[in-house]
Design a protein around this ligand. Structure first.
Ligand SMILES: C[S@@+](CC[C@H](N)C(=O)[O-])C[C@H]1O[C@@H](n2cnc3c(N)ncnc32)[C@H](O)[C@@H]1O
Length: 252
């Protein structure tokens, strides 16, 4: 990969251990432990060849080379309706949908290595062939890698809420990300979101309700998406009495 000389240095002025060090935009994640052991290590070794799409990188290890292109047909060996889940965590929701809908293809975008290993373990045990994973920063995947107008559905379930106001700029759902999602979705394609954080739910609506590229399918909160299985993350939220907010937007 050819990185121009003037981009080989940090661009952000952030601390060297911040994953945004090489980026102008803050990222919506912090790097958590990426060491694999036991079952997850064995799953990675057994299944990464089958399930992990190797992303051409820019500078940082979760970045995406601006010239890289995701060729859906050659990656999946067919052209089927494609759902992309951002922040797939341990893969519960994505794997359940992929098992339920063999006629569709599913792409997980996640930075967390143990989460991806767990997803591959689940998918491998079921012998699923309609899943691929990408370990990269989602906004860059949407901006550079995915073909415009190629995605049928985007799902963002329980994104990190970044609840302190000084951290709001790190939230995944913001106008710049909405523009990347709008670019990648087919006209009529859906963007489903869910969160257990009321203030983030309202923020999502403040960003997406007035966005001219989207329409709110339900003119307010959406009913629970029946394809969204209850993840361990959601179970914890319900245990401490949180409410869950679902939203569905359609790309115009
Ligand atoms: C709170 S967890 C929710 C996981 C899962 N959706 C669930 O419901 O259990 C959010 C996940 O999003 C991932 N994430 C956050 N920002 C991301 C980004 N910019 N690109 C890719 N993954 C990201 C995190 O690593 C984390 O696993």
């Amino acid at each position: 990969m050819n990185i121009p000389e003037d981009r080989k240095r940090p661009t952000s002025g952030r601390a060297v251990d911040d994953p945004s060090y090489y980026r102008t935009e803050p990222v919506s994640f912090v790097r958590r432990g990426s060491r694999l052991q036991g079952r997850r290590l064995r799953a990675w070794e057994a299944y990464a060849d089958q399930y992990l799409y190797e992303v051409p990188r820019d500078i940082a290890d979760t970045s995406v080379d601006r010239e890289a292109k995701f060729d859906q047909e050659s990656v999946f060996g067919r052209l089927a309706p494609l759902t992309v889940e951002v922040g797939s965590g341990l893969g519960e929701a994505l794997v359940a949908q992929a098992a339920e809908h063999p006629e569709r293809d599913y792409l997980a975008v996640e930075v967390y290595t143990p989460g991806l290993a767990q997803l591959m373990l689940r998918a491998g045990k079921l012998g699923l062939t309609n899943i691929r994973t990408i370990q990269a920063n989602a906004p860059e995947v949407f901006e550079f890698l995915l073909t415009p107008g190629s995605i049928d559905e985007v799902q963002v379930f329980f994104p990190d809420p970044w609840h302190k106001s000084k951290h709001h700029k790190r939230r995944l759902v913001k106008p710049s990300f909405a523009a990347h999602v709008a670019r990648a979705l087919k006209p009529g394609g859906l963007w489903r979101l869910a969160t257990d954080w009321q203030e983030y739910a309202e923020h999502m609506r403040e960003v997406l309700d007035p966005d001219e590229q989207f329409e709110n399918v339900h003119d307010g909160w959406a009913p629970r998406f029946e394809g969204r299985v209850q993840t361990s993350f959601e179970t914890k939220a319900l245990k401490v009495g949180r409410s869950i907010y679902d939203l569905t937007y359609r790309r115009k």
